[in-house]
Design a protein around this ligand. Structure first.
Ligand SMILES: [Zn+2]
Length: 237
């Protein structure tokens, strides 16, 4: 009997420690891998089936919070949120939405770096499911292949539309462009606000997070400096 009680005590202690660790891990925003942790059976359900399940889950959360779902204003929220999760804010989990790699031969022999800056980032913190809003700046040096400019925006948007940590998003954008352009010479800097930091927890409204990933020639100090100087350029349009 005594052994049983002792065992129960130990299990409870471990459970509470695990819970504390989960809280700390999330608020520290530590990521574990450059690949989005996704299960093998992630696409067993169709989008419509997922919406159907999530709709009930959202309803359950709202009802648990004590909300009256018969109110006209709240009635459509579970369905609205479910569609938004599957089709929009987490649409980048679905490989079908990956931007098609339309590349061109670099006919004009432009050999300098190309920078696409101020790409709007709307993502979601995977630890709190709150928005991450910011700007991405992406650059590459062509080794014979070029991409349409909007492709860079689309790649950022695709990887942003997942539950994310900003470091992983930055790396995923670089890796995808390296693959599409067949060169290591790709860089990305992201400057973003995390609403989980700005609106809750520490509630620091002004802070933002900067992450960077420099591949190939961008690891070189001079090339890196040039890229960072272009980002600072403020053109009046
Ligand atoms: Zn967060």
């Amino acid at each position: 009997m005594l052994i049983f009680v002792a065992l129960l005590f130990l299990i409870t202690m471990k459970f509470e420690k695990d819970l504390k660790n989960i809280d700390a891990f999330g608020d520290d925003h530590i990521g574990t891998s450059s690949n989005t942790p996704i299960r093998e059976d992630a696409f067993k359900l169709s989008n419509d089936q997922k919406i159907d399940v999530i709709k009930d889950d959202v309803r359950h959360i709202m009802e648990t919070l004590g909300l009256d779902l018969t109110d006209d204003s709240l009635n459509g929220t579970p369905m609205r949120v479910a569609k938004m999760f599957v089709n929009e804010v987490f649409g980048g989990l679905n490989p079908e939405n990956r931007p098609k790699p339309s590349t061109f031969e670099n006919k004009y022999k432009y050999g300098e770096m190309l920078v696409e800056k101020n790409i709007t980032v709307y993502s979601t913190c995977e630890h709190h499911l709150l928005p991450i809003v910011g700007k991405a700046h992406v650059a590459y040096i062509s080794n014979g292949t070029v991409v349409g400019l909007s492709k860079m925006n689309r790649i950022v948007d695709y990887y942003a539309k997942r539950p994310q940590v900003q470091e992983r998003l930055t790396i995923q954008v670089v890796k995808e462009l390296q693959r599409v352009l067949n060169t290591k010479d790709v860089a990305c800097v992201i400057d973003a606000k995390h609403l989980c930091v700005n609106s809750r927890g520490i509630r620091d409204v002004d802070s933002s997070t900067v992450t960077s990933e420099f591949g190939g020639k961008f690891k070189n100090g001079k090339t890196k400096r040039e890229f960072l100087d272009y980002i600072k350029l403020e053109t009046e349009f």
